[in-house]
Design a protein around this ligand. Structure first.
Ligand SMILES: C[S@@+](CC[C@H](N)C(=O)[O-])C[C@H]1O[C@@H](n2cnc3c(N)ncnc32)[C@H](O)[C@@H]1O
Length: 399
C-alpha cells in the first residue's frame, strides 16, 4: 500500500497525487486528503490508483448517497458536498481557459436548484433482460433499479417495467413537466410490449424508430416556452439550468438577425424571439427541425427560419449578415467550416454555450484574434458529476 497526499483534482474529478515523482490519478479522493492506495495501472508517465483508506479527510467529504457510487463511476464528485463541487467546477473552467486559451477571467457561477433527481432523461443498456449502466471504462453491465440523478418518474419505469419485454439493446426514458414518459428502444432482438398493461403516464413507445404505442414525441417546458420534443431530438437535460441559460442570453443580447447554430428543437433561438427581428436556426436532425418549426408556431413566434443539415454546408447557402450567433455544439466543438464562417462573416456578438470546456477553450483561442471575451458563466447543469456547462459571451474587437 502506498501513502500520498492529494494535491488537487483533475478535470475528471480524480485526485492527483505524486509517487516517487510520478503523477497518480486516484478517484474518490479530495484535495489535502492523506490516503492509502494501490496502483491499478502503471504507465511510463502516469499511474492510476484505487483508494483503500483515508488517513486524513477533507472537511468537504460527505457519505455518497448512492449505494452504487463506487461501482457505477458516473457521479465522480458525490463524495463531496455541493458547495465544494460548485467551487471545483468554477475553478475547472478558470484553469482550462487559462491553460488552453490563455484567458484569465472571473467566472460567475449558477447553482442548480436540485442536487439530485434533476435529469429528465436516462439512457440504459439492456443485457439478458437486465437494465443498467456500463461500469466506468468497461462493458460490464451494472444492473440498476433507480438512479439518484434522474427524475423519479423515470425511476418508476426502471423499477416496474413488466409491460416491456426486451432482451438486449438500449433504452432511453424521458420525462416532462406533465410527469409523462416517452420511451425509445433500439434492439436487434424482438421486443414485446404488453399494451394492456402500460401505465397511464406513458405518452409513447418507439422501437427501432417505429412508434408502436402512443406518440413519438411529447411536450416539455423551459422557462416560459413550451417545446415539442421528438424521441430522437436533443433536449436540455436540466430544465432549471436551461432556463438560467435563457436568462443570460435575454439579459445580454439583442439585435436584427440572430443565427442559432446546432439549434436542436429551437430552444435557445426561440428564447430570444422578442429580442431579434429574425431568428435563423440550423440543426442536422430532421425531426428536431420539424419540432423547432412547430415550437415557433405553437408559441406564436413568427420570425423564424429553420434549416436541416450540417452547419458548415447549410451556412454556404444562407446569404444574411448576422449580428449575433449562438453556438451550442456537441462535445467535439466547432468544425473547421463553421469556425471559418465565423471568422469570415464577423458577427458583432457570439454566445458560445458548451458542455465541454476543453473544446470550448480550443475554439475561443481560435476566435481570440477577432473577439474579446465579455462574460463567462459556469452553470451546474450536472450536479454530482465533474461535468459543467458554460456560457461565454464574445464581442467583436476593432481588428
Ligand atoms: C448540445 S446540442 C444543442 C441543442 C440546442 N441548442 C438546445 O439547446 O437544445 C447540439 C446539437 O447539435 C446537433 N448537431 C451535431 N452536429 C451537427 C452538425 N454538424 N450540424 C448541425 N447540427 C449538428 C445535434 O443533433 C444537437 O441537436
Amino acid at each position: 500500500m502506498i501513502t500520498s497526499k492529494i494535491e488537487r483534482l483533475d478535470d475528471e474529478g480524480r485526485g492527483i497525487a505524486y509517487n516517487e515523482g510520478k503523477v497518480v490519478f486516484i478517484p474518490d479522493t479530495l484535495p489535502k486528503e492523506e490516503v492509502e492506495y494501490e496502483i491499478t495501472l502503471d504507465k511510463k508517465n502516469f499511474s492510476e490508483g484505487k483508494l483503500s483508506h483515508i488517513l486524513h479527510e477533507n472537511k468537504n467529504r460527505v457519505l455518497p448517497k448512492c449505494p452504487l457510487y463506487n461501482i457505477c463511476g458516473g457521479c465522480s464528485l458525490m463524495h463531496s458536498n455541493i458547495g465544494f463541487q460548485e467551487e471545483y467546477k468554477s475553478n475547472k473552467i478558470k484553469n482550462i481557459l487559462r491553460r488552453y486559451a490563455n484567458i484569465d477571467t472571473d467566472i460567475k457561477f449558477v447553482k442548480s436548484n436540485k442536487d439530485l433527481f434533476y435529469r429528465n432523461k436516462i439512457v440504459l443498456k439492456v443485457e439478458n433482460s437486465k437494465w443498467g449502466y456500463y461500469q466506468k471504462k468497461s462493458h460490464n453491465l451494472l444492473e440498476v433499479d433507480s438512479c439518484l440523478l434522474v427524475n423519479n418518474n423515470i425511476n418508476e419505469v426502471i423499477r416496474n417495467h413488466d409491460y416491456i419485454n426486451i432482451i438486449d439493446g438500449e433504452i432511453t426514458i424521458r420525462t416532462n413537466y406533465l410527469d409523462e414518459i416517452l420511451i425509445s428502444i433500439t434492439s436487434e432482438k424482438k421486443v414485446n410490449i404488453d399494451k394492456n398493461n402500460i401505465p397511464e403516464n406513458i405518452k409513447g413507445i418507439v422501437i427501432n424508430k417505429e412508434t408502436i404505442y402512443g406518440d413519438n414525441y411529447f411536450y416539455d417546458m423551459i422557462s416560459d416556452i413550451k417545446f415539442k420534443v421528438s424521441y430522437n431530438s436533443f433536449f436540455q437535460i436540466n430544465n432549471y439550468i436551461a432556463g438560467e441559460i435563457f436568462d443570460i442570453l435575454r439579459c445580454n443580447l439583442e439585435g436584427e438577425n440572430l443565427l442559432d447554430l446546432y439549434c436542436g428543437v429551437g430552444t435557445l433561438g426561440l428564447s430570444l424571439s422578442k429580442k431579434y427581428n429574425n431568428i435563423y436556426g440550423i440543426e442536422k436532425i430532421r425531426n428536431a427541425i420539424e419540432d423547432a418549426k412547430i415550437n415557433a408556431k405553437e408559441n406564436e413566434i413568427n420570425n423564424t427560419h429553420f434549416y436541416v443539415g450540417d452547419t458548415g454546408t447549410v451556412l454556404k447557402n444562407i446569404d444574411v449578415q448576422f449580428d449575433t450567433v449562438i453556438i451550442d455544439p456537441p462535445r467535439s466543438g466547432l468544425n473547421d467550416e463553421t469556425l471559418k464562417y465565423l471568422l469570415d462573416s464577423k458577427p458583432k456578438n457570439i454566445a458560445y454555450v458548451s458542455c465541454n470546456t476543453i473544446t470550448l477553450a480550443r475554439d475561443l483561442n481560435k476566435l481570440s484574434e477577432l473577439y474579446n471575451l465579455r462574460k463567462v458563466t459556469g452553470l451546474d447543469m450536472f450536479p454530482q458529476t465533474s461535468e459543467v456547462e458554460c456560457v461565454c459571451l464574445l464581442e467583436k474587437n476593432n481588428k
